[in-house]
Design a protein. Structure first.
Length: 280
């Protein structure tokens, strides 16, 4: 019996040693200003924490004050400076993952960012491969042509087309006068999106929730808002808005994450959240 236990223990130890270590994931969103990048990252970070994950939160979007991800999470940020100095800070944070093996959620902001500077000056994908780190990039877009021009410019002029990226269409940016399915189909045939999908990207619809701005303005978590927590200086949130956010956070957003796929996301030890069956 003792020999059997010892043999099983040795086999288990060998299996663990042979099993490849999970690569740290840096998840970031690229897109024009005001397409919803920080809000999506905030919802993702909240979900990961609830599912047992402990990613680092990096914030280089220093111009965003009212809806900063730092208002919701213990985020690390550069002390300031131009994009070149911020690029050096980002390089240091990326290299630190080689030792910590943590995942990271990076909010880069819009416009020309430290990540763009790194893309321009370095072979980012090759460097990360050498460090054993996975860069998971999502391109967040609305229905406007300029959003797709932004993606096309990165691919054509910056030669940046990361493997297995995601192209996320924000439903909240689609005017009520347009049919969501029609917009989705139109986006799917755009040359920039086709090129991304040829390189392993997936096109996913990010569901809208009308009271989203109310949640962010109050700097409340989505769960706290849904459960009726109030914030001084703001009107009392309505039961209808709270139910809408409850449905979005417990059902719609988990469905979206499953569409996105666990391999693209930071680790959640408890697994991806199970979409709730909701009658609201």
């Amino acid at each position: 019996m003792t020999k059997d236990i010892a043999a099983k223990a040795a086999t288990s130890a060998a299996d663990q040693k042979a099993a490849p270590k999970r690569k740290p994931v840096i998840f970031t969103i690229i897109g024009r200003q005001r397409v919803g990048k920080t809000t999506l990252l905030n919802a993702l970070a909240q979900t990961i924490h609830e599912q047992g994950g402990t990613p680092e939160i990096w914030n280089t979007d220093l111009l965003n004050r009212s809806h900063s991800i730092s208002s919701f999470h213990d985020a690390k940020s550069p002390t300031g400076g131009d994009t070149k100095r911020q690029r050096k800070w980002l390089e240091e944070k990326i290299q630190s993952l080689m030792e910590s093996r943590h995942d990271a959620i990076l909010d880069i902001g819009g416009g020309w960012t430290a990540l763009h500077e790194l893309i321009r000056t370095e072979s980012l994908t090759r460097a990360l491969d050498m460090m054993g780190i996975t860069l998971s990039v999502a391109f967040l877009i609305g229905h406007e042509r300029a959003d797709l021009d932004y993606l096309e410019d990165l691919q054509t002029n910056k030669k940046f087309s990361p493997r297995n990226a995601a192209v996320i269409l924000n439903e909240g940016l689609i005017p009520p006068s347009l049919d969501v399915d029609d917009v989705f189909e139109e986006v799917a045939i755009h040359p920039a999106v086709v090129e991304a999908m040829d390189n392993g990207a997936k096109l996913v619809l990010y569901p809208a929730a009308e009271p989203m701005k109310d949640v962010c303005d109050r700097t409340l978590t989505f769960r706290a808002y849904a459960e009726g927590e109030q914030k001084d200086g703001f009107p009392t949130s309505s039961i209808f808005d709270r139910l809408a956010i409850d449905r979005w956070y417990r059902r719609d957003f988990p469905i979206f994450l499953r569409e996105l796929g666990a391999p693209r996301l930071p680790d959640m030890p408890k697994g991806l959240p199970v979409p709730a069956e909701s009658d609201v």
